[in-house]
Ligand binder design. Structure first.
Ligand code: ZN
Length: 108
């Protein structure tokens, strides 16, 4: 597929044949923690962060629904994956974030 930008989504081999670990796009470490999941749909924003879930009213700014997942590796790099769904197509993107801005999701 010529003309495509190189993907910035990094995966390493998972524990099973049909799974993979998400790895840090900066250092490649696959010890990665989910810090926040945000879904914007219409004028509602659902946020899962730390040990709570919250829904806020927002001004509808984007086109279609937007899912964002914030990660941080154990070396402190932070980034966000976004999935924008509009008119039957889904755009995926990644951007770096400031480290330590959120607490990770609950885990056992
Ligand atoms: Zn890293």
């Amino acid at each position: 597929m010529s003309g495509m930008k190189s993907p910035r989504f990094v995966l390493t081999e998972g524990m099973t044949e049909d799974s993979a670990y998400i790895a840090c796009p900066v250092c490649g470490d696959d010890y990665v923690h989910i810090h926040r999941v945000t879904v914007d749909q219409g004028s509602a924003r659902s946020i899962c962060e730390s040990d709570f879930v919250q829904v806020r009213k927002i001004k509808q700014a984007g086109r279609g629904s937007l899912v964002r997942i914030t990660f941080e590796c154990e070396s402190g790099h932070s980034w966000e994956y976004g999935l924008q769904f509009h008119k039957g197509k889904t755009t995926a993107w990644m951007k770096r974030r400031r480290t330590g801005s959120t607490k990770e999701l609950w885990r056992d």
